[in-house]
Design a protein. Structure first.
Length: 156
């Protein structure tokens, strides 16, 4: 419905202002703060509490700019980088037609690739600081781990 309305609006706008485009965004009452899920294993014996090539999580750490973080991702393996910004609100493309706005995010120069989403982000002391959910070759976006823990009602 919104795409059709934008299409009609753009047809009219192009007549008057050819360089302009109309886009409609769905407003919500609350901000998106996390992109996460939780699952319960069928058999506890199939789960290992160690992160591949990193080790066990040693609690929860603080988010500070300049802190070196690391992750073990399915596609890019173990990589590390620095936190470059925190408390960021940004638009993330979900598909060719849809995007979502996320608030209170953390940006790092950590290398991540498609398939790394869901990787736990740790500081150098193996304390959890975030959950990876978006990025590119030059930056990585992750949810603050405290927001994830609060919304999923989990703890380390």
């Amino acid at each position: 419905m919104a795409a059709k309305a934008a299409g009609i609006g753009n047809s009219i706008i192009k007549i008057i202002r050819p360089s302009y485009e109309l886009r409609l965004y769905k407003l919500t009452r609350s901000a998106n703060m996390v992109d996460c899920a939780v699952a319960k294993p069928v058999s506890p014996g199939v789960i290992d509490d160690r992160i591949l090539e990193i080790g066990r999580v040693a609690g929860v750490g603080e988010i500070k700019e300049g802190v070196v973080v690391q992750k073990s991702g399915r596609s890019s393996g173990v990589t590390s980088g620095e936190i470059t910004a925190r408390g960021v609100t940004l638009k993330v493309d979900l598909s060719d037609e849809e995007a979502g706005w996320f608030s209170d995010q953390v940006v790092s120069d950590l290398v991540c690739k498609p398939g790394d989403s869901g990787s736990l982000i740790l500081d150098q002391d193996n304390r959890a600081v975030g959950l990876l959910f978006a990025g590119s070759d030059t930056y990585c976006i992750f949810n603050r781990i405290q927001n994830v823990m609060d919304l999923l009602q989990i703890e380390f």
